[in-house]
Design a binder for this molecule. Structure first.
Ligand code: ADP
Ligand code: MG
Length: 153
């Protein structure tokens, strides 16, 4: 179900959306970030991490496929699966264990690992609109719906 449809006029609006989402996150949530290269998926992740209180650098895990963050009592795994192609690597690298009740998973290019990923709780789609971006958030689960009710946009 559609939860939000927003125009983000500039980068700071994307970061602010991330911070608003951060305040509502809890362990177990899986969020897919969809959109072309440069759509703002990593920027949104940066906003979420900032909202969680993380002050370090947020880099795209383009080659490592996943970047783990441990913030107080929450684990956040930021996946960028653009270069993912070998399903065996999913098990070998232990990616499956990242999906657990204590962690939040943010996934760029989830379609590259179709069939390996659980159904997401949210999908956030980003696309260019004018000078800014259009963000559309869809919710697919009971936990995702509960999380959405805690977000103030
Ligand atoms: P992706 O991870 O989707 O490939 P990035 O977040 O790495 O994209 O890059 C997005 C680019 O777009 C960055 O240069 C960022 O500053 C810019 N950007 C992010 N959000 C907006 C926005 N709402 N309006 C305009 N530019 C934006
Ligand atoms: Mg990215």
């Amino acid at each position: 179900a559609l939860f939000a449809d927003l125009l983000l006029p500039d980068e700071s609006a994307t970061l602010a959306l991330g911070e608003a989402i951060a305040a509502a996150l809890e362990g177990g949530l899986v969020i897919e970030l969809e959109g072309d290269l440069g759509a703002g998926k990593t920027t949104l992740t940066r906003g979420i991490l900032r909202g969680l209180g993380y002050t370090g650098r947020v880099k795209s895990p383009t080659y490592t496929l996943v970047e783990p963050y441990s913030i107080s009592n929450l684990y956040l795994y930021h996946f960028d699966l653009y270069r993912f192609s070998d399903p065996e690597e999913w098990e070998d690298a232990g990616f499956r264990e990242h999906f657990n009740p204590h962690s939040v998973c943010l996934i760029e290019w989830a379609d590259k690992a179709a069939g390996l990923l659980p159904t997401p709780d949210w999908r956030i789609m980003l696309r260019p609109e004018g000078e800014g971006r259009r963000a559309r958030i869809d919710v697919f689960s009971t936990q995702g719906k509960a999380c959405a009710t805690r977000v103030s946009l």
